[in-house]
Design a protein around this ligand. Structure first.
Ligand SMILES: [Zn+2]
Length: 199
């Protein structure tokens, strides 16, 4: 019994060795992905600093967005993520980027230039994080389109493409929220709100 058991184990062992050899030689063939390369065009725009709202308007925005937030809102960073797949001369092109990018700073901030600079510096961190995230995600988004393109080019720029865009926008927003929470550490916000600019 024991021997038999031992024997069957060694057979399994031999099988595993065989599979390992097969896996080891696989990367040579798998090096080229089985879908077309998509040319990516970055359509990101620079961040503009705007002063469209005063503190009481920002207060109303804050209360609508997050009533639990105790601190006053001095500004915010906002963008739109634009994703579009297009066929040009039979080849797929992915246009992707952050557009309509704005750092809003309250028009009537106390503390003058010093506080203004601090607010811009803070929201610049949000803008940079979004840029880095886009850089990280672009290859993955491009791959999803490439797979769809291989299956059906017409649908990849049509129905299937719009489903991919919806999913990617949701995923990007979710990841961005995590990054924002990370930036808005207690230390960071204490520094912003208790800055020397107020005196
Ligand atoms: Zn923040």
């Amino acid at each position: 019994m024991l021997r038999l058991h031992g024997h069957s184990i060694s057979v399994v062992g031999a099988g595993i060795v065989f599979i390992l050899i097969a896996l080891k030689s696989a990367p040579v063939r798998a090096a080229r992905p089985d879908y077309p390369e998509i040319r990516t065009v970055n359509i990101s725009e620079p961040v503009r600093i705007v002063r469209d709202f005063n503190l009481s308007q920002l207060k109303a925005i804050k209360e609508k967005a997050d009533p639990s937030m105790a601190r006053p809102l001095y500004g915010f960073y906002i963008h739109a993520l634009k994703i579009k797949l297009e066929t040009i001369k039979g080849k797929p092109f992915l246009y992707i980027g952050l557009v309509d990018r704005k750092i809003e700073v309250a028009r009537d901030l106390d503390g003058g230039q010093c506080l203004f600079d601090n607010v811009v510096t803070h929201y610049r961190k949000h803008a940079d994080a979004a840029e880095n995230l886009l850089e990280q995600e672009t290859a993955d988004i491009s791959r999803h389109f490439a797979i769809a393109w291989k299956q059906n080019p017409t649908s990849a720029v049509g129905h299937q493409g719009s489903l991919i865009i919806r999913d990617e926008l949701n995923a990007f927003a979710r990841k961005q929220r995590l990054l924002e929470r990370h930036i808005d550490s207690r230390e960071e916000l204490d520094g912003l709100y208790k800055s020397d600019c107020h005196v």
